[in-house]
Design a protein around this ligand. Structure first.
Ligand code: F6P
Length: 380
């Protein structure tokens, strides 16, 4: 019997369970494979005693529409930076990757599928270089992994953010207020931009384009001049003013390596007030609601496709690679390429152009090429 170990790492994300289920279903079609799941990313392997569970058709029954992950996850620590408490009560970090690979050999694991975002895939790539037969599946609501057209979970987050905008619009209109809604995305503005277009927002601020507060104020004032009106501003958590810093939150959780973003909606409201903007403003921080609950059908389908392809990559021995969606195909790309640079918004992105066309203010002046006007000849 051959053994596959599945792990889910990083922040949870709608669609994780659908990937796990697809892997197990595809594996069950081969006579000689059994699937195991490591609890809380690779912690399950590293803990003493280990926490590894068997994943079979019964275990994954009906999980494709469940949010979260049945094998749990973590975005703290990991095999290369395992937190250890020193005698003086301080935490330090040790590399347990060699020990983990040895443990996997003892457990007779032939291959590993790691479902996770950029942090998890960086770990996958390092483990591959140490000789582990590992394959990555791109997960993140932020859609910031390159090499793939999209990651699963992202469309569900956009759907949730759009529903929230729809709700804010009715209360904003009733009170003639400005609502500033803060969405997730880390250093990428994809959730913000998609929710802004789908929800008909007036302003959308993203990390890739540090904003000019005067341009934001101008756009909102113009909006209120049009009628008694209201406005919706969507701000990505990583957005920042020109020359300013990202808004961050204090975080003392052991092993948490990321910057915790948050607070930009409040800051924007304060800055608009200080710039002389007079209308009433309220903020909404959507937070983890964007990651919870059931995946939409699109993400269930994408997750199923990723899961089946990932297992087939195991059969083909396509290790050190990540499944990627390159419309209309699912392909294997080297992990090193997938993690080499993040997928961020650029000024020439098609959605940026659409937003310009819709008159959504992005807090910056984006030069626009004059459109070619076709010559109309008489009689045509
Ligand atoms: O990467 C996914 C994400 O939800 C980001 O959008 C967000 O900044 C971060 O994770 C939040 O992480 P945590 O769950 O640790 O608060």
């Amino acid at each position: 019997m051959k053994r596959l170990l599945v792990a889910t790492g990083g922040g949870d994300c709608p669609g994780l369970n659908a990937v796990i289920r697809a892997i197990v279903h595809r594996a069950s079609q081969e006579k000689d494979w059994e699937v195991l799941g490591s609890i809380q990313a690779f912690n399950g392997v590293l803990w003493e005693p280990t926490e590894v569970v068997r994943l079979d058709i019964d275990t994954v029954k009906g999980i494709h529409f469940q949010g979260g992950t049945i094998i749990e996850t973590t975005n703290k620590g990991g095999p290369f930076s395992w937190p250890v408490k020193d005698k003086d009560g301080k935490w330090s970090y040790v590399d347990r990757s060699d020990e983990m690979i040895r443990k996997l050999q003892i457990m007779q694991i032939d291959a590993v599928i790691s479902i996770g975002g950029d942090g998890s895939q960086q770990i996958s790539e390092k483990l591959y270089r140490k000789g582990l037969n590992i394959i990555g599946v791109p997960k993140t609501i932020d859609n910031d992994l390159s090499s793939t057209d999209s990651t699963f979970g992202f469309q569900t987050a956009v759907e949730i953010a759009t529903e929230a905008v729809d709700k804010l619009v009715t209360t904003a209109a009733s009170h003639n207020r400005v609502f500033v809604m803060e969405v997730m995305g880390r250093e990428a503005g994809w959730i913000a931009m998609n929710a802004a277009v789908a929800g008909g927002a007036d302003v959308c601020l993203i990390p890739e384009m540090p904003y000019d507060i005067e341009l934001v104020k101008e756009a909102l004032e113009k909006r209120f001049k049009r009628d008694r009106g209201f406005a919706v501003v969507i701000v990505a958590e990583g957005a920042r003013p020109k020359g300013g810093e990202m808004a961050t939150q204090q975080n003392d959780e052991v092993g948490y390596a990321n910057k915790r973003l948050g607070g930009i909606a409040r800051k924007l409201i304060d800055d608009l007030k200080n710039a002389g903007f007079k209308h009433d403003m309220r903020e909404t921080v959507l937070g983890h609601l964007q990651r919870g609950g059931v995946p939409i059908a699109y993400d269930r389908v994408l997750s199923a496709q990723f899961g089946v392809k990932a297992f087939e990559m195991v059969l083909n021995g396509d290790f050190g690679k990540m499944v990627a969606y390159r419309h209309p195909k699912f392909v294997a790309v080297p992990l090193i390429d997938a993690i080499s640079k993040p997928n961020l918004v650029t000024a020439d992105n098609a959605l940026v152009k659409t937003m310009q066309g819709l008159g959504i203010c992005m807090g910056v002046k984006i030069p626009r090429k004059a459109p070619k006007v076709a010559k109309v000849t008489k009689g045509e």
